[in-house]
Design a protein around this ligand. Structure first.
Ligand code: GUN
Ligand code: ZN
Length: 432
């Protein structure tokens, strides 16, 4: 690329291409476009390259870069990923969810008591997801407060936008030492939130994180709902991932109308809530999601790897429930959001094979879910998700001149450049 120098006597060269979703269209392509980023990393202008002349004088501090052979797209938003499970991603997918949690997940998560172990894995997962083009991630850590704070620090240091959750659970029959009492969980959640907010990391926020109803007593769910409400915080958990889990919740919470009702009655369904999976939700439950503004993180790699279910994304969207995509490492074996895009399409196509009348998701719709849809699902779309004036410039810069085209480039080459809030972060290389 080269800096574009304004001169009235020169024939103007074409400027950059911007590909993004808008609130009205799945994909908008702005060719010969111009985007200005201010000194705080916010988008100050987006429009036609023809306007470069008009911009030059009043906004003299703008650097205008000619990027004819490249395009920009918004950074991708991973709405559900377990940072702590990155250490065994790609292994141990030979049993269904509830057994998988007991056999592999809880024993590994218990290791995060050791801060050096945590530092090593968390550094790798933040770097890897950034390289894969994830500019925003919504993380589960473990029950350990100090290690969860460390994850927040590492995301901040590498320049990734992140919601970070200290996991809360007071029920664990299989690994009794990997759990808390409701009082410990409440106290440590308050400490986690207080300490993380004190750091004033510009890109990192805490998220209240009950693991899921089978791991939490009603008392604990109540405490967490109250903490989230009193501090106006994000909330994340899991819901209706497998049929076995749905039956278990019915047994554990017999006085509630549904799995969704368990969270709802503890004030855990708000417009800042994101629930992973939701493969087996009823129409009534989806209605409750719509009414409360809660969203779903669709994690197709995980749903297939653990044989959990096939979420009908079209049905969720028809219910006007917000939905983003997640990798769900390590139930999902890939930390790449491009993988989540491909698996979302695969799942949708598989539903079409079963029912030829099914209206398969388009590539454009899935692109939207991976970017703007994810930022809406996390209620972060005031700051990120697409290229609108006032949002932070979270972007991937893809060079189409590279041999093989952009997709091969993402798979095998050096890869696009990644920006968060206007700043270049680690080089992008996807290793699926
Ligand atoms: N439900 C409760 N905990 C987990 C987890 O760690 N992974 C997945 N996929 N589902 C869960
Ligand atoms: Zn999960």
């Amino acid at each position: 690329h080269c800096a574009y120098r304004w001169s009235p006597s020169l024939v103007r060269r074409k400027l950059g291409t911007f590909v993004h979703a808008t609130y009205h269209t799945a994909v908008e392509i702005l060719e010969d476009g111009l985007l200005g980023v201010d000194t705080e990393g916010k988008i100050a202008f987006i429009g036609s390259g023809k306007e470069v002349d008009r911009l030059y004088y009043p906004k003299a501090h703008f650097v205008v870069i000619d990027v004819c052979s490249e395009f920009f797209m918004p950074g991708m938003v991973d709405t559900h990923i377990h940072a702590s499970q990155y250490s065994y991603a790609g292994t141990a997918l030979d049993m269904p969810l509830l057994q998988w949690l007991n056999m592999y997940t809880f024993p590994v998560e218990a290791c995060y008591k050791d801060l050096e172990f945590a530092r090593n894995v968390y550094t790798h997962v933040v770097k890897r997801t950034l390289r894969n083009g994830t500019t925003t991630a919504c993380y589960f850590a473990t029950i350990h407060t100090d290690a969860s704070l460390l994850l927040g620090q590492i995301a901040n240091d590498f320049g990734q936008r992140a919601l970070v959750g200290k996991v809360c659970m007071d029920t664990n029959n299989f690994i009794p030492h990997y759990k808390e009492t409701p009082e410990e969980s409440e106290g440590e959640t308050n400490r986690f939130i207080g300490e993380l907010l004190k750091k004033k990391y510009p890109l990192v926020r805490p998220v209240v994180t009950p693991r899921f109803a089978p791991s939490c007593s009603a008392t604990l769910l109540g405490h967490l709902g109250e903490i989230a409400q009193n501090n106006d915080l994000h909330i994340q958990s899991h819901i209706s991932e497998t049929k076995e889990e749905v039956s278990l919740v019915k047994e554990l919470f017999p006085d509630y109308d549904s799995y969704t009702d368990v969270y709802h009655r503890h004030n855990l369904l708000t417009d800042k809530t994101v629930m992973a999976h939701g493969c087996h939700l009823t129409d009534g439950e989806l209605k409750l999601f719509r009414e409360t503004g809660a969203s779903i993180a669709h994690c197709p790699n995980s749903n297939i790897s653990l044989c959990s279910g096939m979420l009908d994304v079209r049905r969720v969207l028809n219910h006007k429930v917000k939905l983003g995509l997640g990798t769900d490492v390590a139930g999902g074996y890939s930390p790449s959001m491009l993988d989540a895009v491909r698996r979302t399409l695969d799942t949708s196509k598989a539903l079409t094979i079963q029912d030829t009348q099914y209206h398969t998701l388009t590539f454009e719709e899935v692109f939207r879910l991976a970017t703007l849809g994810g930022s809406q699902a996390l209620s972060l779309d005031e700051n990120t998700g697409n290229f609108e004036v006032g949002k932070d410039f979270d972007a991937l810069r893809v060079n189409t001149d590279a041999a093989g085209g952009p997709i091969d480039l993402i798979n095998h080459g050096e890869g696009p450049k990644v920006y968060v809030a206007g700043k270049r972060v680690v080089p992008f290389v996807e290793r699926p």
